[in-house]
Design a protein. Structure first.
Length: 264
């Protein structure tokens, strides 16, 4: 293994509603033309949609998704590199009751065999805070703590020698107390710490949303894992039948260069 290998990651919430297939076709085309090594998608709800992406993005022969008609968690992971093992971890049901339960939210935990050595990649989508209040005493903060607790328990099962990347739509602002405690407990580092830009697309009714999409990293024992992140897919659109133009999603993508050093 080379001592210094850079892998390129994309995380992107693909939006499960509204002109889904045309947007997914456009996303598939973007992926096929791009140099990503691993792509983590959220809100790809139907197995047929995951298959569509697979047909369009043939450069990623290793594809992870779980479920019959509907995908567990709406999660899809595409990789250029082999998957040694993988599992889906379902988050606990925590009140308040909400339609989101139908999404069966959780995390994909995969061990990838990359040119930089083995890498644990986690793709996840946490429950939304429908009050937009991330203080500790909010009712949805209890949900976030339960889900992060389950995710933290899974990370504790991983070999400490492995470098770890946790990415996806965490539905938590970068500065939220719950996210800070999770990182402190698990040893993860926010690769975009201090970046104040939103990753949810601003709207007239929400002109300054938070950053919900994250890349959290932890080097393996004896190895290094450094990152450089960028926002992408901010202005990409698709033209629908009839001439109407829509953005690829209501989120921006986050692209990360993962530099692995001595993790063999």
């Amino acid at each position: 293994m080379a001592d210094d290998v850079v892998l390129r990651l994309l995380t992107f919430n693909a939006l499960f509603k509204g002109d889904v297939r045309p947007r997914l076709r456009a996303i598939g085309g973007v992926l096929e033309r791009s140099a990503y090594d691993v792509v983590c998608l959220q809100e790809v709800m139907a197995r047929g949609h995951a298959r569509l992406l697979g047909r369009l993005a043939e450069a990623y022969p290793h594809r992870l998704y779980t479920g019959a008609a509907l995908l567990k968690g709406g999660l899809v992971m595409l990789s250029r590199w082999p998957v040694i093992r993988q599992r889906f971890v379902r988050y606990p049901f925590t009140r308040p009751v909400r339609p989101e339960f139908l999404m069966r939210k959780g995390a994909q935990v995969a061990l990838l065999d990359t040119p930089g050595g083995r890498l644990a990649m986690v793709n996840t989508h946490l429950s939304a805070n429908r009050d937009d209040d991330w203080s500790d005493d909010n009712r949805y903060s209890r949900v976030a703590r339960a889900e992060l607790g389950r995710l933290g328990a899974e990370l504790a099962r991983l070999d400490p020698a492995l470098p770890v990347v946790v990415t996806g739509d965490l539905n938590l602002p970068r500065e939220s107390p719950a996210l800070a405690r999770f990182c402190a407990t698990t040893g993860l580092r926010d690769a975009m710490a201090g970046d104040t830009r939103p990753t949810y697309r601003p709207t007239p009714s929400w002109p300054a949303p938070p950053a919900f999409d994250h890349v959290l990293v932890r080097p393996g024992a004896g190895g290094g894992l450094s990152t450089e992140c960028r926002l992408v897919l901010q202005d990409d659109t698709v033209t629908l039948n009839g001439g109407r133009t829509v953005y690829l999603s209501d989120h921006y993508g986050v692209e990360a260069d993962l530099r692995l050093t001595g993790n063999g």
